[in-house]
Design a protein around this ligand. Structure first.
Ligand code: ATP
Length: 218
């Protein structure tokens, strides 16, 4: 069965923390591909200072170039309006009705899942791969869901073959990867202070930020 990871985010900008996390997830899960989906207007974040969606998408495209199995997806940017996971899921499902879909989310984002639009429906309709992030204990994910859903959390080993004929045994799969301590906030901050982005974003992304003078005045 085809397996697709959906990695959503503001990607303002995309950085090596995102890329390393996705690469580790793909290495460990053997997902066929991962779609990086920049949000048009992130519902959970203040939108005032966000770089234009077209720029964020372009940087994701640059970062995915020559990285096997990684693809930039314009779904949310093209749909415009609020970016809701349930809508994005429906969209991908229509394009790839046979595929098994996995949302990839960092533990920081997963801890907020109770605030997501129709989150129980999202949980019912796809699988989650929750990744670690420095400063966050992955085990905290177990405390987020109540009732019936609590028993559907497990480790990657417990989930079994993600591409097998039978569905994975856990709906929310804890993926203990080694995450890098990098954030978009730190990247924007360095641009503002005129510091180098070497080692924090791919070279092509650093060049794009320079050429388009992003993140200078904020
Ligand atoms: P900001 O600093 O602006 O809040 P961010 O660096 O957290 O941004 P987002 O685009 O908001 O990046 O994150 C998108 C997804 O990537 C989220 O699921 C988040 O948990 C995950 N993520 C972000 N940075 C890392 C990292 N260094 N390691 C692992 N996952 C990450």
């Amino acid at each position: 069965m085809e397996t697709i990871g959906l990695f959503g985010g503001t990607f303002d900008p995309i950085h090596i923390g995102h890329l390393r996390a996705a690469a580790e997830v793909r290495r460990r899960t053997r997902l066929d591909r991962i779609l990086f989906i920049p949000s048009y207007r992130p519902p959970h974040k203040a939108t005032g200072g966000t770089a234009p969606a077209a720029d964020r998408l372009r940087m994701v495209e640059i970062a995915c170039r020559r990285r096997a199995g990684f693809e930039a997806s314009p779904i949310e940017v093209e749909v415009r309006g609020k970016s809701y996971s349930i809508r994005t899921l429906g969209h991908v499902r229509r394009l790839r009705p046979e595929a098994r879909l996995f949302f990839i989310v960092g533990i920081d984002a997963f801890l907020d899942i109770g605030t997501w639009h129709e989150y129980e429906k999202v949980l019912a309709e796809c699988f989650f791969l929750v990744t670690g992030r420095p400063g966050f204990d992955l085990e905290r994910a177990r405390g987020v869901l109540g009732g019936r859903l609590r028993s559907s959390i497990g480790t990657l080993e417990e989930a079994g073959d993600l591409a097998g004929a039978a569905p994975p045994r856990s709906r929310v799969i804890l993926t203990g990867i080694r995450a890098l301590d990098v954030s978009s906030t730190a990247v924007r901050d360095r641009v503002r202070r005129g510091r180098s982005l070497e080692g924090l974003v791919p070279r092509g992304v650093a060049a794009y930020i320079r050429e388009h003078q992003l993140y200078r005045g904020r």
